[in-house]
Write a protein that binds this ligand. Structure first.
Ligand code: PMP
Length: 439
């Protein structure tokens, strides 16, 4: 389809690499199609056989500044030339500078402290430990469809697919899941799914989940892996009020939605709701492994020496990448995500008008989901179609991933151009039509 695809896919070099991988790596990683990376620039990537693709998956929303942004590469090079590592027993400029910047950007409306780690799941573990430590309570509320990582604490909350928990019970005890409000597929009667969810939590509080035992509520302010769900307006504020009423901490997992992805620095800022604790990772380092727990100072300062820690937190190269990333995100990329995201959503809206299999287009900024449905089956999720569209898109030169049951998600680099979005929309339309024709 695309003039940039030159070989049959996968090409011979890709096939050879995949065969080697099968001997030593698979099947730990779920891979939906055989893309074998050679190199990337911005939103474009090339496979080992010389085929060019548009990357609307961006390393699962990690490559916030595009592939190998020259500013990020320069910052990493400079840091690497100074020292590769000094443990978190010591201080250095890039780590302190990054924490100062996060303190300025954080949406808490009061002073915060930061703790650095390497990944999203570690950031969530840190947040959970902090919540238990400072409240002395042991129970939590999480959300169905949530994804927070795969270590034993975060895994207890993760429920976007059953396969994630299956075989690993018991996970950390004490987690009660409640539905994530989804007006498109409502679970509760009535129009206001947000209010109904809050009422449901109140009902739990009266029956079997005493709020005085609940340390925190952990939520993605836009649910990511579970389907790119934007909560109804007012829901996050309602949760905030509920937490305040009962001395429960509110943790926003912004691992996927943070750092400009939704067109604002943090997704919570669309609703002006301040969490007590926030987790970051993914886009923060443009691809270098870094995560952060950002918490109100009055909470995190209660961590006594040795209560929590790690070896690599604040790694200078990862911090250099994060500082360069935040320069770019603050300097215009968040704004670009807002503007180009709107253009993208409008383009998807146009596609939806002539293709009834597109049930809903939703999202904010460049965190966009397109839920595919079967209109002949009462609008049931069209999982096979979703898989087929993603497969066809690969063959057409567009890298996509899914989320939820049948949602194609779009999370290109934050500096993607309108022209690239238009090219991607063209490839997507062709992929959709080919998948429908083959169904
Ligand atoms: N939280 C959220 C919201 C995520 O989307 C993810 C990863 N998809 C994680 C946590 C876990 O991050 P990691 O894979 O870096 O552990």
């Amino acid at each position: 389809m695309s003039q940039h695809i030159k070989t049959e896919l996968p090409g011979p070099k890709a096939k050879a690499m995949i065969a080697r991988d099968a001997e030593v790596i698979s099947p730990s990683y779920p891979r939906d199609y055989p893309f074998v990376m050679s190199h990337g620039r911005g939103t474009e990537v090339w496979d080992v056989d010389g085929n060019r693709f548009l990357d609307f998956a961006a390393g699962i929303a990690v490559c916030a500044t595009g592939h190998s942004h020259p500013d990020v590469v320069a910052a990493v090079r400079e840091a690497a030339g100074e020292f590769l590592h000094i443990s978190s027993d010591y201080w250095h400029e890039r780590m302190v500078g990054l924490a100062e910047r996060l303190a300025r950007l954080a949406p808490m409306g009061e002073p915060v402290l930061s703790f650095f780690c390497q990944s999203g799941t570690e950031a969530v573990e840190g947040a959970l430990k902090l919540a238990r430590y400072v409240t002395g309570r042991s129970r939590f509320i999480g959300f169905l469809g949530g994804f927070h990582g795969r270590t034993m604490g975060s895994l207890a909350f993760t429920s976007s697919k059953y396969t994630q928990q299956k075989g690993f019970f018991p996970t950390m005890p004490g987690v009660t899941h409640v539905p994530y409000p989804n007006p498109y597929r409502p679970l509760f009667a009535g129009a206001d799914q947000g209010q109904a969810t809050l009422d449901y939590i109140r009902m739990l509080f009266e029956r079997n989940l005493p709020p005085s035992e609940v340390a925190a509520i952990l939520i993605e302010p836009i649910q990511g892996e579970g389907g790119y769900l934007v909560p109804p307006p007012g829901f996050l504020a309602g949760l905030r009020a509920l937490c305040d009423e009962h001395g429960i901490l509110l943790i926003f997992d912004e691992v996927q939605s943070g750092v400009g992805r939704t067109g604002k620095m943090f997704a919570s800022q669309h609703e002006s709701v301040a969490p007590d604790i926030m987790t970051l990772a993914k886009g923060l380092g443009s691809g270098l492994p870094i995560g952060a727990v950002v918490a109100k100072r009055r909470l995190m300062q209660q961590w006594t020496r040795g209560a929590h820690g790690n070896t690599y937190g604040g790694n200078p190269i990862a911090c250099a990448a994060a500082n360069a990333t935040l320069d770019l995100v603050e300097g215009g990329y968040a704004q670009n995500a807002a503007e180009v995201g709107e253009h993208f959503m409008a383009g998807l809206g146009d596609l939806a008008r002539t293709r009834p299999c597109i049930g809903q287009v939703r999202g904010r900024g460049l965190m966009i989901g397109m839920e595919l449905i079967d209109p002949a089956a009462g609008g049931a999720p069209a999982r096979a179609l979703c898989d087929a569209v993603i497969e066809r898109a690969y063959h057409n030169g567009l890298l996509l991933l899914s989320c939820g049951v049948s949602t194609v998600r779009f999370m290109p680099p934050l500096n993607v151009s309108r022209a690239e979005v238009d090219e991607g929309l063209g490839l997507l339309a062709a992929s959709l039509d080919q998948a429908l024709a083959a169904a």
